[in-house]
Ligand binder design. Sequence first.
Ligand code: ATP
Ligand code: MG
Length: 292
Amino acid sequence: MNPPVDPLLSVEDVHVRFARRRRGFWRPRTWHTALSEVSLTIGAGQTVGLVGESGSGKSTLARVVLGLQPRDQGQVRLRGEEVDLTRPDTTRAFRRAVQAVFQDPYGSLNPTMTVATILDEPMRIAGELSTRDRQDRVRELAELVGLTADQLDRYPYQFSGGQRQRIAIARALAPAPDLVVLDEPVSALDVSIQSQVIDLLERIQATTGVSYLFIAHDLAVVRHISHRIAVMYRGRIVEEGKADQVCDEPSHPYTRLLLASALDADPTTSARRRERRRGLARAFADEFGAHT
Ligand SMILES: Nc1ncnc2c1ncn2[C@@H]1O[C@H](COP(=O)(O)OP(=O)(O)OP(=O)(O)O)[C@@H](O)[C@H]1O
Ligand SMILES: [Mg+2]
């Protein structure tokens, strides 16, 4: 077994619970456990794929990794150092080192700014580079994600969904982060555009050595880009390993179900496969009391 290469960020035994809305003043407060005993390591230059059904806790874990989600228990370490977001100096370094891209770039790109301003803004706020150096860096970032120089003067609404996601990726890369958390970055895009964005992410990783935490519903998409895959089910990581191993020899019944469902979505899938999936779903429901 290869140990993970040079651990960059690790999440250790994290628990997160949310208070449920009380149904009456005298009723006791009840809690929903969103993450339970979650541990995960992301190696330098690596992509860890995170899959699981809706509500399994993927975005909550993403927020933990980004330092945006209070935890009831557990730690986050960056290069072995515990991340303490009560200290301004560590917070500044951490906010630079870990960046995010979300599903809907339209919601996160300021519509009143040109692309050049959007890319420049994080660097201007950081205040480390001269205006001239920032201009060079903006052009470099645009080139990295395949935007032309004249597109830099346009506004987000003048781009397609796939191009907007390129802008969001470029902005995330502006402070030269060590890790980018990508929460369903291609889920809203057409399949052909999805693969372009994924190829782009792979090329960027090859040139910059950045790590990714890549979240998606679709195991096929995740398999393509990930070195390792973690499978979440009801707030727990139920399986984690090398991408091929998780996909070819899944050890947890939920992973087998996910794989069978992925085949199911394929129009060429035979009735026999569909029947096999139904069998797996029934066996899974029996074992875990889940409704699938
Ligand atoms: N701020 C919050 N307050 C209360 N409950 C929350 C909050 N955020 C998430 N939850 C609950 O925690 C669970 C996990 O949610 P999360 O968004 O992490 O799931 P997810 O795996 O990202 O789902 P999806 O695939 O739909 O994006 C869900 O049951 C959700 O309703
Ligand atoms: Mg989510």
